[in-house]
Design a protein. Structure first.
Length: 401
């Protein structure tokens, strides 16, 4: 059975610090905002929704306790609607959508919602702890290093210079500013309001159109100290002895920003759409996940994309537009090189370097951005993908209807 996308919404991304515009908004309210928008935009009888699947990478404190179910209740959905929170690190939002779509494709749901939420200014990344960096059976056996060191190792392996990664970041900001200025995000963005209905944030907060190679050149590498002084360079060189040394080229300006945000995508079968007078926008062609080498960890997008393409009986040349989360500039540069994707077909409206990466929500956000841009350009097929912590990858292919 085919899974059809009926609508996609997201909040703006707010700077993930105490002075960010969304810091005063709980993650529960961020998630509920996106769910209310889906309901209201589609005059949706929420009793027809079988499930709400939300990604959340740090599900502790006010983001814990199955935030998906609580968000559905906070959004005044019918009490018959269930909810589940899932965590596949940075891919959680896209994984949540894929799970919702799989419910429909298997015939076990007629209408589901997949999305995600992360309030990084209120629940900092890493608050949940975990075995990966601290338990010797996980850390030593898998040559654990922080992701920034992994990104620098990829840049070193591939020969990407500081100028290469900075130039990519400048273009991300330029594209995002151009898209935002022309209203290309407006179809999907839902303003976040306070209890009095006053708008707290209506546009993404971290886009810096004034970014240049000179401004980025003044920033010091963010991961040199942990690589050199804390020994992580030596760890990844044990795994990749061909690296004589790690060139540290990534910093806050060419890496994804820390932000708050939420997203939700409505997916269902054709019969429920006809019954509820919903107009389908796209169908799911295929999706895939993979495990990749866990030390360098950020090479998974190409492998996941290739797997999804095989499942769809397609080649990379059959895809009109790509969205790859800009966790670090080198991740996208490598994907373009390996997959032979030109820069004018990927992240055409910028990405997380400019707009930020609200961990649990990003995957759903980029899928929605991909769909909006396919429609705006009158194109057909798109592929969304993300690199994932501990060495994984995910990819989803959609086709407009």
């Amino acid at each position: 059975m085919e899974a059809l996308i009926y609508d996609s919404v997201r909040t703006p991304r707010g700077k993930g610090k105490k002075d960010g515009s969304l810091h005063g908004v709980t993650p529960l309210e961020l998630a509920a905002t996106s769910l209310r928008a889906l309901r209201d935009r589609n005059a949706l009888d929420t009793a027809q929704v079988d499930d709400v699947v939300l990604g959340c990478v740090t599900p502790v404190g006010e983001q814990g306790a199955c935030i998906a179910r609580l968000a559905a209740l906070a959004a005044d959905y019918d009490q018959c609607v269930g909810g589940v929170q899932i965590n596949r690190f940075c891919a959680s939002g896209l994984e949540a959508f894929n799970m919702a779509a799989a419910q429909v494709m298997s015939g076990q749901a007629d209408l589901s919602i997949g999305g995600g939420v992360e309030a990084m200014s209120r629940v900092p990344m890493g608050s949940d702890g975990g075995a990966w960096p601290v338990d010797p059976r996980a850390a030593i056996a898998n040559y654990f290093v922080p992701q920034g060191v992994s990104a620098d190792a990829i840049a070193t392996q591939s020969g990407y210079s500081r100028t290469d990664v900075d130039a990519y970041a400048v273009e991300s900001h330029r594209r995002a500013a151009h898209a935002a200025g022309n209203g290309w995000f407006d179809r999907s963005i839902v303003p976040v309001t306070d209890l009095n209905g006053l708008v707290m944030l209506a546009q993404d907060e971290t886009i810096r159109p004034q970014t240049t190679l000179d401004t980025l050149g003044a920033l010091k590498p963010s991961f040199a100290a942990m690589g050199e002084q804390y020994g992580f360079d030596a760890v990844i060189r044990q795994r990749y002895p061909e690296l004589e040394r790690v060139q540290h080229v990534h910093h806050a300006g060419n890496s994804s920003g820390i932000v708050d945000g939420a997203a939700a995508i409505l997916v269902g079968n054709r019969a429920v759409g006809e019954r509820l007078n919903l107009k389908p926008r796209a169908r799911v062609r295929a999706f895939a996940t993979i495990g990749s080498e866990p030390s360098i960890m950020l090479t998974g997008p190409s492998y996941a994309a290739e797997k999804a393409l095989r499942r769809a009986g397609m080649k990379a040349a059959d895809i009109d537009l790509f969205e790859l989360n800009e966790a670090f500039a080198a991740v996208v540069l490598r994907f373009m090189e390996v997959m032979k994707v030109p820069h004018d077909q990927i992240n055409v409206n910028g990405g997380a370097i400019a707009m930020g990466h609200p961990l649990g929500a990003t995957g759903a956000m980029i899928l929605g951005t991909l769909l909006d841009e396919l429609e705006r350009r009158g194109l057909s097929t798109g592929l969304a993908t993300l690199c994932v912590g501990a060495g994984m990858g995910i990819a989803t292919i959609i086709e407009r209807v």
